[in-house]
Design a protein around this ligand. Structure first.
Ligand SMILES: C[S@@+](CC[C@H](N)C(=O)[O-])C[C@H]1O[C@@H](n2cnc3c(N)ncnc32)[C@H](O)[C@@H]1O
Length: 307
């Protein structure tokens, strides 16, 4: 996860507060709930390896963006080589796919499907399916793909499968008609992948140009209350333990773009949101520079700048 640390990476400090993690149920002793030792250590070693791989990739990417901004060609070449030595974007994605395995919490779109369940009947009975743009798609068989509720376009910087277009969202042409726009965007663990705070703000702003606000009028009541929507997933520490962003600040930032929060779920690892694009953007309210709003030595430096 791309959670920027101010000091030497300290794994404990990037975790959400202890109150968010689960205690053993019914007073069961720790030993009785433990799987056999050898199994546990094997699983945690590979889990740790996956996590370290993802973290290294994020850190190198961030350093690369800084070197590119400075115009330091030698450092840029060196960092690109280090990223290649790690296996490049492809091995990062494989680590992310492993992170989506069922035994590690499953893919994040299962939460989106839970939230949309009450509307599923209406969604399938429509003449035109709800159009979904999945940005940062790793698979064509995740829960939203299997649901049959959507007409889906999937994009990623590096396509791992047929059915995923290799494309940078920031370079995807802005739709020139309502028909090319979408009713919902899935944006799961992508914002934290972007190495710089300004780039993250730009990415959020850009999502609005891809959502079709006019289709809303033609929707049935229940669907009107949800679409057009943005499903946003972030590592929990980005929101609960950052010096530069809190949930309140994120909500204000999203409101300045026209988004209203509909759903939210916090787990020990991730935070999930469903936002509806309902209002006009307020350029005069878009004043979110890099500013400490939640100081503390053990906090991380995740930040989104929107100006
Ligand atoms: C951690 S993976 C998340 C994948 C999946 N959505 C999930 O929730 O597990 C982040 C993915 O976002 C993709 N990504 C990052 N920036 C992107 C951009 N500008 N356009 C398209 N894909 C992007 C990366 O290539 C990477 O595969």
């Amino acid at each position: 996860m791309s959670v920027e640390k101010a000091e030497e990476p300290d794994k404990e400090s990037s975790r959400p507060p202890k109150s968010l993690t689960k205690a053993p149920k019914n007073g069961a002793s720790l030993a009785s709930g433990r799987p056999p030792k050898a199994e546990k250590s094997r699983a945690s070693v590979s889990h740790k390896k996956t996590r370290d791989q993802i973290r290294s990739h994020h850190q190198l990417n961030k350093q690369l963006a800084a070197a590119q901004a400075k115009g330091d060609d030698v450092e840029v070449a060196e960092l690109k080589k280090r990223i290649e030595d790690l296996g490049g974007l492809q091995s990062y994605q494989l680590a992310s796919i492993q992170g989506q395995a069922k035994d590690r919490g499953g893919d994040s779109s299962t939460i989106l499907m839970q939230w949309l369940k009450p509307m599923a009947k209406q969604m399938v009975s429509r003449e035109h399916k709800i159009r979904l743009l999945e940005i940062g798609a790793l698979s064509t068989s995740n829960a939203c793909s299997k649901s049959g509720l959507f007409e889906i376009e999937r994009i990623d910087l590096f396509s791992q499968a047929e059915g995923i277009l290799e494309q940078d969202f920031m370079k995807r042409p802005v739709p020139d008609s309502d028909l090319k726009q979408f009713d919902i965007i899935s944006f799961s663990l992508v914002l934290n992948f972007v190495p710089d705070p300004e780039g993250r703000g730009e990415m959020l702003r850009r999502t609005c140009q891809f959502l079709n606000k006019h289709a809303r009028r033609a929707f049935e009541d229940e669907l009107q209350a949800v679409f057009p929507a943005l499903f946003l997933v972030l590592p929990a520490p980005c929101i609960v333990n950052s010096r530069y962003i809190t949930e309140e600040r994120l909500t204000c930032m999203m409101a300045s773009l026209g988004y209203v929060i509909l759903e939210r779920k916090l787990t020990a690892k991730l935070v999930y949101y469903l936002w509806q694009l309902r209002d006009k953007p307020r350029k005069d309210k878009q004043d979110f520079p890099k500013k400490q709003v939640h100081p503390g030595a053990s906090r991380n430096n995740f930040c989104v700048v929107l100006k």
